[in-house]
Design a protein around this ligand. Structure first.
Ligand code: UDP
Length: 313
């Protein structure tokens, strides 16, 4: 699995190992963290190799499936690594598709709702082609993923590779990196520290947040199916960013205020998945509501802060 030490990758490793699969995780640790898979360290069914799939990948032994979850995923993370993000979406995808092809393995591409850009169709169905600025700052991520989808589809058509594309909508939960700049991690870290919650713009833009356990269940269902996709996997519970801030304040019991900061360039104004395809073809739908998911995520960040306090003290 490429990106196996990342937020989503590490949860997918857990799920695969738990059901008896052997997992080789490859991660360059640019945004992934060894701490995310430290608990799997002694498990003979798991191995972490530090490496960059953009420069090549070789695996000996048999390979049943190849999952490509390697990429910076939060806007500040990919904007800080524009060339690396384009490389892992293009060359990284090519190397992993070739690996799957050599082994006759199923290939799963982690694509994204960002390929819809600032959507003119709402909620977003898989046949919507998107509204992306090809040269704007976010294009390093959006176009890398769009190219990855194109390459994956071409391999399927011309070489018969068994491929699947999942379009992942905003996902949150334990193991989000506290400093990666995403809305949920920022708000919870700020709320727990008693600092103001930073709402970008007027807070009327929307996102639909999916708890990580639900997202992973969707990825596994797709991996185990013969569906090519693309398939949206996300939670259609659409909220404004201001509403999300209010729920975070309630869940954490924080007395923090909110402050407004400039809206990033090309920040999508709304986003919500249409999950008809996933529910009809995979029998998948999300189960964890926002309050429950945020409580679990806040507990994770609270424990991290306590650990840091102990280490520092
Ligand atoms: N956002 C915000 N405050 C923050 C971080 C993000 O208001 O501290 C907003 C951001 O402008 C966007 C939404 O929250 O409208 C989701 O941002 P995130 O970076 O989590 O993911 P995106 O969906 O933009 O990739």
């Amino acid at each position: 699995m490429a990106g196996g030490a990342g937020f989503l990758g590490s949860h997918l490793c857990d799920a695969l190992v738990a059901r008896g699969d052997e997992v080789l995780a490859i991660d360059d640790l640019s945004t992934g963290r060894t701490a995310n898979v430290a608990h799997l360290g002694d498990n003979p069914a798991f191995e972490l190799v530090v490496g960059d799939v953009s420069t090549g990948v070789d695996v000996s032994g048999s390979v049943g499936a190849v999952a490509h979850l390697a990429s910076p995923a939060s806007p500040p993370a990919y904007l800080a690594r524009p060339l690396e993000t384009l490389a892992v979406g293009s060359e990284g995808t090519r190397h992993l598709l070739e690996l799957a092809g050599r082994h006759g393995a199923r290939f799963l591409l982690a694509s994204t709702s960002e390929i819809y850009g600032d959507p003119a169709v709402h909620p977003q169905t898989e046949d919507y082609r998107g509204n992306v600025d090809p040269i704007g700052p976010r294009s390093v991520y959006d176009e890398a993923k769009r190219f990855a989808e194109a390459l994956t589809s071409a391999h399927r058509r011309t070489l018969g590779t068994d491929t699947a594309i999942v379009r992942i909508f905003n996902t949150y939960g334990p193991r989000l990196s506290p400093g990666d700049g995403r809305v949920v991690s920022n708000f919870i870290v700020q709320a727990l520290a008693g600092e103001p919650l930073t709402i970008y713009g007027d807070g009327s833009q929307t996102r639909s947040l999916c708890f990580v356990d639900d997202e992973i269940a969707g990825l596994l269902a797709l991996l185990d199916s013969d569906l090519a996709g693309p398939v949206n996997i996300g939670n259609p519970d659409e909220r404004t960013i201001s509403e999300i801030a209010a729920v975070v304040l309630k869940v954490t019991g924080s007395a923090s205020h909110v402050v407004h900061r400039p809206l990033p360039t090309d920040d999508p104004t709304r986003r919500c998945p249409d999950i008809t395809l996933a529910s009809e073809r995979l029998g998948w739908s999300p189960r964890v509501d926002l309050v429950t998911g945020l409580e679990q995520t806040a507990a994770y960040f609270g424990a991290l802060t306590a650990d840091e306090g102990r280490a520092g003290g």
